[in-house]
Ligand binder design. Structure first.
Ligand SMILES: [Fe+2]
Length: 212
């Protein structure tokens, strides 16, 4: 992990902070928790789903346009794969474990994790390829079909059950939000403007970088 990532972690996880500024950081974070209690976990994850679905739909439109250059398609593929990687990690690290404690359908969560593993495999294969390679675009299209199927099941079954449980979705949403900013910074992926306020930008300055 880079020094930047360690510094950043100290800011977003003040409970583990050991620096002299930890008290100040903790106070700041406590304020943020109050101010940002509107982050609902299901709403956040559903918005992520829409975002990646839109990218896959945009790619299919690009493929049909004769004037689309290869670079634009590759950039879209890299963006979608980065967003998916962050989203999958958020669910695996935070959302699925919380859901396992809150609902009694372990099969549903096991299947979701297996589906994530398959999607991750396709993403890593795409990362080792570039525009123009055989099956590059086909692989991304299949990833899109696969992810859309996974999203539909997740929203229709898993999210419904979690909503009915007594899980604190606001608290979970806050945890997801902070980890999301951290992952954006670690991967050097630009976060959406609407996802970041000025305070977030100060905490995760690297989140505004574009994909390399
Ligand atoms: Fe998922």
């Amino acid at each position: 992990m880079s020094l930047t990532a360690v510094d950043h972690k100290e800011h977003v996880m003040p409970r583990n902070a050991t620096s002299k500024s930890s008290a100040k950081t903790a106070a700041k974070s406590s304020h943020r928790r109050t101010a940002k209690s509107s982050h609902d976990a299901i709403k956040m994850l559903t918005e992520d789903h829409r975002k990646v679905t839109d990218l896959f739909d945009e790619f299919e439109k690009m493929k049909k346009r004769a004037d689309t250059d290869e670079e634009a398609k590759q950039l879209l593929i890299e963006t979608a794969c980065a967003e998916l990687t962050i989203h999958a990690q958020l669910e695996e690290e935070i959302f699925y474990p919380a859901a396992r404690d809150a609902i009694d359908d372990m099969d549903l969560l096991d299947e979701a994790e297996v589906e994530h593993a398959t999607a991750r495999q396709l993403i890593s294969e795409l990362a080792a390829m570039q525009s123009g390679d055989d099956l590059y675009e086909a692989k991304f299209t299949v990833l899109g079909e696969y992810v859309k199927h996974h999203i539909e099941e997740e929203e229709k079954e898993l999210f419904k059950k979690v909503k009915k449980s007594d899980l604190d979705l606001a608290e979970l949403g806050e945890e997801l939000h902070e980890r999301k900013l951290e992952l954006h910074a670690e991967l050097g992926v630009e976060a959406d403007e609407e996802e970041m306020d000025e305070e977030d930008a100060a905490i995760a300055p690297n989140s505004r970088r574009h994909i390399h």
